[in-house]
Write a protein that binds this ligand. Structure first.
Ligand code: FES
Ligand SMILES: [Fe+2]
Length: 418
C-alpha cells in the first residue's frame, strides 16, 4: 500500500484510518508477521489448570498449543505438535491426563512435555532421546500477570510486565475482586464474524455506539422491573501505553460485584453491602468503589479484550482472512460468589455478551455492515476516529482508546525492523 495507513493530525484534531487496512490481503499477511508473531498473546487463565494434569488445548495465532499443569505442579505452554513427524498430539480441547499419546506412531509424552515412551525404541541410537529432541517443544516466551497467562513466539521480546504497561493496574482490578480469586466458568463461546478483526478491537472499547446499536437491549432493561438504578452513563477513556486502552464508566445496570439494583431485593442488598465492605477493608475505599461501581472495557494489544461490565468477558480473536475472524469468549467470575450472583453473571454473559444474546448480534451486524462499506474503499477511503481528540480528559464515548490501538498498530506495521 502506498498511501499511509493512518493520518494523525493532532494539531487539526483529525485522525483517519485507511479502509483498505481492513480489506487488503497484503496487510493481512504482514499482520501475521509484524503483529501476531511479535506481541505477547493471551493463552489462558490460571483457574483453568487447578490440578496437576489439567490441560487446555488452544490455538493461538494459528499455532496449536497445550496449556498444561504438569505432575510437578508447574504450568507450561508447549507446542501441541509431535516432534516426530508433526501430528497434533492432544486432540481433546481440555481435560486431565498424566500423559499424551500421539495418534500417528504412538510416541507418548508426560504432562511435563518430556518423552515417556518412544515406540520402536530399539531401532534408534542409544542416547537418542537424551537431548530433549523427542520432547514436546516449549513456546519461547511464557509468563503471567495476575493469573492471566501469555505467550510470545519472537526470539527477543520485552518482559511481559513492561509490555503490559498501564494495563497492569486495570488487570489488577479485574483479578482482585475476591480474596478467594477469580475463575473461568464453564466452556467457551466460539463464533466467527464476517469482518476484519480490528473492527472488533474498536467495537469492544467503543462507548459511543451503545445507544444506537444496543437500543433494543437498553429498552429491554428499561422495561424490566428493577433492573436499573439511578446511576447515569459517565466516565473516561484512557490510553494505557503500548497500544493498550480502557474505558471506565458508571452505568445504571447491576454488577454482581457490587452495584445493587432493586431486582435483587433487600436480601441481595444486605449481601452486596457485605461484599462491598470486604472490598473496602481489603483494598481501601477508592479501589473498592472503582471496582464495584465502574465498568471497564479494555483492549490489551493486539487482541485480548477484557470487558468487566455486568458479567466479565475475556475474549480473543484472530483473522482467518482480511474479512473474517474467529472469536473465543470466556466468562470470568468471582470464585466464592453466591448462587444468585453467579446466576445473574451467567445470564448476563448469555443475554448481553453471548453470540445469541441481545448485544453481540447487533455488534456483529454493525461490523459486517462496515466490512461491506469498505468495498468502496477506493472511492471512500478513510474511517474517521477523531472524536474527543482535543479533549483534556477524553470521555468514555470519545475515541482515544481506538487511536491508542491504531498508533501502535501503525508503528509496528511500518517500523524498519519489521
Ligand atoms: S507423528 Fe507423532 S509419533 Fe509420529
Ligand atoms: Fe456493542
Amino acid at each position: 500500500m502506498n498511501t499511509p495507513y493512518i493520518i494523525d493530525d493532532q494539531e487539526g484534531g483529525r485522525f483517519k484510518v485507511a479502509r483498505n487496512t481492513f480489506t487488503s490481503q497484503e496487510v493481512f499477511e504482514q499482520e501475521r508477521d509484524r503483529i501476531f508473531q511479535n506481541c505477547w498473546l493471551y493463552l489462558g487463565h490460571e483457574s483453568e489448570l487447578s490440578k496437576p494434569g489439567d490441560f487446555v488445548a488452544r490455538s493461538v495465532a494459528g499455532q496449536n498449543l497445550l496449556f498444561v499443569k504438569g505432575r510437578d505442579g508447574v504450568i507450561r505452554a508447549l507446542f501441541n505438535v509431535c516432534p516426530h513427524r508433526g501430528a497434533t498430539v492432544c486432540r481433546e480441547k481440555k481435560g486431565n491426563s498424566k500423559s499424551f499419546q500421539c495418534m500417528y506412531h504412538g510416541w507418548v509424552f508426560k504432562n511435563t512435555g518430556e518423552i515417556a515412551h518412544l515406540s520402536g525404541e530399539p531401532a534408534y541410537e542409544d542416547n537418542f532421546k537424551d537431548d530433549g529432541n523427542c520432547d514436546l517443544r516449549h513456546v519461547p516466551h511464557f509468563d503471567q500477570y495476575a493469573g492471566f497467562y501469555f505467550v510470545a513466539f519472537k526470539k527477543e521480546i520485552e518482559p511481559l510486565a513492561d509490555y503490559l504497561a498501564g494495563a497492569k493496574e486495570y488487570l489488577d482490578i479485574v483479578a482482585n475482586q475476591s480474596a478467594a480469586g477469580m475463575e473461568i466458568i464453564g466452556g467457551t463461546q466460539e463464533y466467527s464474524i464476517g469482518a476484519n478483526w480490528k473492527l472488533l478491537v474498536e467495537n469492544s472499547v467503543d462507548g459511543y455506539h451503545a445507544e444506537a446499536t444496543h437500543a433494543t437491549y437498553l429498552d429491554y432493561l428499561m422495561n424490566t422491573n428493577g433492573s436499573l438504578t439511578a446511576t447515569r452513563l459517565a466516565g473516561k477513556g484512557h490510553d494505557l501505553g503500548n497500544g493498550h486502552a480502557v474505558i471506565e464508566y458508571s452505568a445504571p445496570w447491576g454488577r454482581p460485584i457490587a452495584q445493587w439494583i432493586p431486582m435483587w431485593g433487600e436480601t441481595g442488598k444486605a449481601e452486596l453491602d457485605r461484599v462491598y465492605a470486604e472490598l473496602v477493608e481489603r483494598l481501601g475505599e477508592d479501589k473498592a468503589k472503582q471496582m464495584a461501581t465502574l465498568n471497564r472495557n479494555m483492549i490489551i494489544f493486539p487482541n485480548l479484550v477484557i470487558n468487566d461490565i455486568m458479567a466479565i468477558t475475556v475474549r480473543t480473536f484472530y483473522p482467518t482472512a482480511p474479512n473474517e475472524m474467529m472469536v473465543n469468549g470466556f466468562a470470568l467470575g468471582v470464585i466464592d460468589e453466591s448462587d444468585w450472583r453467579r446466576e445473574y453473571r451467567l445470564s448476563n454473559f448469555l443475554e448481553f455478551i453471548g453470540p445469541g444474546g441481545f448485544a453481540t448480534p447487533d455488534d456483529v451486524e454493525a461490523l459486517e455492515q462496515c466490512q461491506r462499506g469498505f468495498q468502496s474503499a477506493a472511492n471512500v477511503p478513510w474511517n474517521d476516529i477523531s472524536k474527543g481528540m482535543k479533549a483534556k480528559t477524553p470521555s468514555f464515548d470519545d475515541e482515544v482508546q481506538m487511536r491508542a490501538f491504531w498508533r501502535e498498530w501503525n508503528r509496528r506495521m511500518t517500523s524498519e525492523e519489521g
